[in-house]
Design a protein around this ligand. Structure first.
Ligand code: NAP
Length: 474
């Protein structure tokens, strides 16, 4: 456990291993937190709340801004740590660390922007509204983008005057712990940000249940999100749930096919396919399908798979054994049950560095039946199913045939088609002629099983503020 960057020596219990997914070697060991550890952290956050809430927004912003600067200076070292525990190529880790700094800076800019309002009331009166921080908030985050998602939670929570207890994913706590130390070094007062490492069903659940926690911001699988929502409902707590997705990419007959192929490669295989908004189902018009699939196949065959620490690597390993086993079994089932044609990939690479970690070849599957698991489940790994459709109506109908609604992209040069896609695709974020781009300046989140609430954008501050109305008679 860590309270504001200082390891709590009192932890005398068990520790657990952090494994490098590219080599299966031990990197470090961290405390296996308990319910008692959670209570200590919540108490620390509760004690720090009054002081932090009464600091001016500018004072709070100054500290976050200094932290962002230190993170930028230490980008290379942090990226190495992230790649070692998460597996992604170094270039992607550097992007993510820069993203962390960018998000903090964005919220510093919003520091004074969230305030109440003056409201004239008919018949001799007026009212004003006041916005107040909630108190102790909890953040629970996944392993796919641990630094970026940490920033999405601590940025709005801290700038609004709340204190926070964060539970990292058990596979990737090291970058989160180092980033918390940097915030402490930047001047964050003791107790304002606390980290408790340990299993979700113990540390995560105790945090959600803790009576002093007023709000939970959760990012992870839909199934875990439902459990968190259930527990939060018992305490009538606020929740934001950022859950899984099965994002469709729709390629029309008039699309720039070269650009669409590059979009599909990045959209599916970035972070080894482990991005919530990755391209998980691709629908292409029949008239251009053959040409498009050929180009896509060539692009996939060119992807260089290996240890993310090495140079010129396009795709690292999956993050953990569970995810690796899931992907292997899924592809085996596709072959056994005749649920599609594997055009390229589909195997665990056997030679060289790849023999030691959780690697899987980037895989392209065509001729996928509509009922295939590849289209029904959230495939969190480097497997891309492609389905041919006759026109945009069919593409949209198929794209919307999912319980998820996180992102969707449409590739066309035709304004009418673009407009129709934006109107009819069922998703929280729609991309036109691109996929995956995310920016803290705009809201992010999904509909349906993809979650409740939004992160990012100016409105995200409201998720961490209580509104009080004051009525006056003149
Ligand atoms: P996960 O298994 O749901 O875990 C997420 C976090 O919840 C981890 O810290 C986990 O702890 C914790 N947890 C597990 N069980 C819990 C419980 N009963 N109560 C409270 N917390 C609990 O998800 P994941 O496999 O780490 O992440 C992949 C998923 O996240 C995918 O579905 C992906 O699409 C989604 N995701 C969504 C977004 C978005 O913004 N919409 C962004 C990124 C990822 P342990 O690690 O200790 O198990």
């Amino acid at each position: 456990m860590q309270i504001n960057g200082n390891a709590v020596e009192a932890h005398s219990g068990e520790f657990f291993d952090i494994i490098n997914p590219a080599t299966c070697e031990l990197i470090d060991r961290v405390p296996k937190g308990t319910e008692d550890d959670v209570e200590v952290a919540v108490e620390a956050a509760s004690s720090a709340f009054k002081g932090w809430a009464s600091a001016s927004p500018q004072q709070r912003a100054r500290i976050l801004y200094i932290a962002a600067g230190i993170v930028r200076q230490r980008k290379d070292e942090l990226a190495v740590l992230l790649t070692r525990e998460q597996g992604k190529p170094l270039a992607e880790s550097k992007n993510e660390i820069e993203g962390f700094a960018h998000v903090l800076e964005y919220y510093c800019g919003l520091a004074s922007s969230s305030h109440g309002d003056f409201v004239p009331i008919p018949q001799n009166g007026y009212a004003f509204t006041v916005k107040k921080p909630l108190g102790v908030c909890a953040a629970i985050i996944p392993w796919n983008m641990p630094a970026l998602i940490m920033a999405w939670k601590i940025g709005p929570a801290l700038i609004s005057g709340n204190t926070l207890v964060l539970k990292p994913a058990s596979n990737t706590p090291l970058t989160n712990l180092t980033l918390a130390s940097i915030l402490s070094e930047a001047g964050l007062p003791p107790g304002v940000l606390n980290i408790v490492t340990g299993p979700g069903n113990i540390v995560g659940e105790s945090l959600v249940k803790s009576p002093k926690v007023k709000k939970i911001s959760f990012t992870g699988e839909a199934r875990t999100g439902k459990r968190v929502a259930e527990l939060a409902a018992c305490g009538m707590k606020r929740v934001t749930l950022e859950l899984g997705g099965s994002d469709p990419m729709l390629v029309c007959d008039d699309a720039d096919l070269e650009a669409a192929v590059l979009g599909a490669l990045r959209g599916r295989f970035y972070n080894c396919g482990q991005t919530c908004t990755a391209v998980k189902r691709l629908f292409v018009f029949e008239t251009v399908a053959e040409k498009f699939i050929k180009k896509l196949e060539a692009g996939i065959r060119n992807l260089r798979v290996g240890n993310g620490m090495h140079e010129n690597i396009d795709m690292g390993p999956l993050n953990n054994r569970r995810q690796w086993e899931y992907i292997k079994k899924l592809v085996e089932d596709v072959e056994e049950k005749d649920e599609g044609r594997i055009v390229t990939g589909g195997r665990v690479p056997e030679n060289g560095v790849c023999s030691k970690g959780f690697f899987f070849e980037p895989t392209l599957v065509t001729d996928v039946p509509r009922e295939s698991r590849l289209l029904k489940e959230e495939v969190f790994g480097p497997v891309l199913p492609v389905v041919q459709v006759k026109d945009l109506d069919e593409a949209i109908e198929e794209a919307n045939n999912t319980c998820y609604g996180l992102g969707a992209s449409l590739w066309t040069k035709n304004l009418d088609k673009a407009h129709k896609g934006c109107e009819q695709l069922n998703a929280g974020i729609i991309w036109l002629n691109q996929h995956l781009k995310i920016a803290p300046e705009v809201p992010f989140g999904g509909t349906g099983q993809s979650g409740i609430g939004r992160e990012n954008g100016p409105d995200s501050l409201s998720e961490y503020l209580d509104l009080k109305t004051v009525m006056l008679k003149t």
